[in-house]
Design a protein. Structure first.
Ligand code: EPZ
Length: 419
């Protein structure tokens, strides 16, 4: 298995470019199932998860040409002739479940392997299924597959107990090509949900209220393929900002979607840092004496849960005691033991982590347990004294496009050892 070797405490300098958003690209690729004609998606990041979604579409019968060099994906969904997303693919990427809504709307049939658990706790799909049932689908579980069938979906009034990103997106996609009006209450407001709605509207969908907690979708008979450029990745941008701060450096982050990072930047300002915002970039201005902070990871527009672990890694060397509360997942602190092995002092109490800032962390052999836990270890390693060996970096490859090359280009001593 590949690993990263990082020699810490190297100053970073220059410009680092943000790629397209993983969590938007994956859903937009899934949404092309709703179309009948070829379409080109641009700013598609080169990631394991994107390659998995490409395979899912190919398994369904679509023809897909992906050019990582140009970040473009050409998809011809007109040849789709299967409704089954197989276990081998869904088990490696839960987002494969996002093909259920489009398949049901277009073909009245979908068979998707149950996604199962995940390294940071259970992640059920009950909201997705309840919503599709409310829209008329009959759902059964057969041999580990969720089978959904319907003659014709019908719009309905849907309420989510929690603003689930995936369920909101799945329903938006299905409802766009469904008779009648669908209203989603307590919808997710994430920028990636808005990006998906923007794409669908460009293709002719009638969607109102995306980005708010009430989304109204009036189904149309047909959507028309329109080329689209994916939004920049706010989580990658946030990770680069933390890489800059962990090394007390002033990086310029090109393409940072500042509008989607408001609370994150606000919290870093509470630490004492500053940011110079330009039209298409953000320059990090680190404070010499950063201070501990408190925050709660919440659905958007709250502090993003996907930046919770990288932020914890950064706060490990910030003076005082910081407090992080995780409000989205039951158990997203599995990375703490690895940070503590590098000398961090983090104590867990339920969904709260108390971080007492240390003078420095020390390089050590560590293991990534999931994507953002892996990103946290990269941040810790960049700021640590000595050399860190990060194992199981396949988790990091799922969500960071060209991370080693991008960080090396701004002065980090990071290499991938192929194993
Ligand atoms: C998306 O996952 C992202 N993934 C996650 O990013 C992100 O952490 C998450 O949204 C929250 O922002 C993709 O977009 C591919 P949810 P999703 O449905 O849609 C519970 C990363 O690192 N829930 O909003 O699966 C669930 O268990 C990843 O890039 C139910 O109980 O997240 C969780 O506690 C990881 N039943 C909460 O809601 C359901 O049917 C939020 O999940 C659905 C969700």
């Amino acid at each position: 298995m590949d690993k990263f070797i990082i020699k810490g405490q190297q100053k970073l300098a220059g410009q680092i470019k943000v790629s397209g958003a993983k969590n938007s690209a994956l859903k937009i690729i899934a949404a092309t199932i709703l179309l009948n004609d070829p379409v080109t998606i641009s700013n598609v990041p080169d990631l394991m998860d994107v390659r998995t979604m490409k395979k899912v579409l190919e398994k369904l019968g679509a023809s897909v040409e992906y050019s990582p060099k140009n970040s473009t994906m050409k998809i011809d969904p007109s040849t789709i002739n299967s409704y089954r997303a197989p276990y081998e693919l869904v088990k490696t990427m839960r987002a494969s479940f996002q093909v259920m809504g489009p398949l049901l709307a277009r073909f009245g049939n979908a068979e998707i392997s149950l996604p199962g658990g995940c390294n940071f706790g259970p992640r059920p799909v009950d909201y997705h299924l309840k919503a599709f049932e409310q829209m008329g689908a009959k759902i059964t579980t057969e041999h580990g597959y969720i089978c959904a069938k319907v003659d014709k979906l019908i719009g309905n009034h849907i309420y989510f107990d929690f603003p689930s990103v995936g369920a909101t997106e799945n329903v938006i996609m299905a409802a766009s090509l469904t008779d009648g009006v669908t209203i989603i209450e307590n919808a997710a407001k994430e920028p990636e949900v808005v990006d998906l709605a923007t794409f669908l509207k460009l293709c002719g969908a009638k969607i109102e209220g995306e980005g708010t907690s009430r989304i109204r979708i009036e189904g149309v008979k047909k959507l028309h393929a329109r080329d689209f450029t994916v939004l920049s990745d706010r989580i990658e941008a946030g990770t680069f900002i933390l890489a800059s701060l962990a090394t007390n450096s002033s990086l310029e982050i090109i393409g940072a979607p500042v509008f989607a990072l408001e609370v994150f930047l606000e919290k870093l300002k509470d630490c004492g840092h500053d940011f110079e915002i330009h039209q298409n970039s953000l320059i990090v201005k680190p404070s010499k004496n950063p201070k501990a902070i408190k925050f709660t990871a919440q659905p958007h527009p709250g502090f993003p849960t996907d930046l919770q672990a990288p932020m914890a890694a950064y706060l490990s060397t910030v003076e005082g005691t910081s407090l992080i509360t995780e409000g989205v997942y039951e158990n997203r602190f599995v990375y703490i033991s690895e940070l503590n092995r590098m000398g961090a002092s983090i104590e867990l109490d339920g969904n709260k982590a108390y971080i007492t800032g240390q003078d420095f962390l020390s390089g050590a052999p560590v293991m990534a347990s999931d994507l953002r836990a892996g990103a946290a270890l990269v941040i810790a390693a960049l700021g640590a004294k000595g050399t860190t060996e990060i194992n199981r970096v396949y988790h990091i490859d799922r969500g960071y496009d060209g991370l080693v090359a991008k960080l090396s280009a701004v002065g980090a001593q990071i290499e991938r050892v192929v194993g």
